[in-house]
Design a protein. Structure first.
Length: 161
């Protein structure tokens, strides 16, 4: 499905959440859950700085959706995110039956940037969402927003060096 102006608007919000996370000393990721009617239901950012590496916004969205939405409503929803889901978040997305995923930057892009900057690999492999959830409807990356995500990630790793 092509990326619409509405998609870009929601992705911009995700990038704003990522910037907010970075400003708070956290990893720069943000996500938004939108229902089938276009209403924003849940928004969050990464909250892993306290040591719980499962506090990704996409995982929080899956938990929230499972507790607050019917299966049909979950399937009709869209998850927008600054970066493509990690395997943990992709699995949670698939298990609760959420619908479309739209991301600003892909896992492959992030991994390329990290290699370029000499950052050691993460303890979990970066896989495309569709390798974890084969039937997932996924769109992205969005070049102009991927550049903003790259800048946020660069700032993150510049702080740790």
């Amino acid at each position: 499905m092509p990326i619409s102006e509405t998609d870009v608007r929601h992705l911009r919000r995700c990038v704003q959440f990522a910037a907010e996370a970075l400003a708070d000393g956290d990893e720069p990721f943000g996500s938004v859950l939108v229902d089938g009617a276009g209403d924003v239901l849940f928004e969050d950012r990464n909250r892993v700085k306290g040591g719980d590496q499962t506090r990704h916004p996409e995982f929080e969205i899956a938990r929230w959706a499972a507790a607050n939405m019917s299966l049909a409503d979950r399937a009709a929803a869209t998850v927008y995110t600054s970066g493509e889901h990690c395997p943990m978040c992709a699995a949670a997305h698939g298990w609760v039956g959420l619908g479309r995923i739209v991301y600003a930057a892909s896992s492959a892009q992030l991994q390329g940037w990290l290699r370029e900057w000499g950052v050691p690999p993460a303890p979990v492999a970066a896989l495309p969402v569709t390798e974890i959830v084969p039937g997932a409807r996924v769109d992205g990356p969005v070049d102009e927003l991927a550049a903003e995500v790259r800048s946020l990630q660069r700032q993150r790793f510049a702080r740790t060096r």
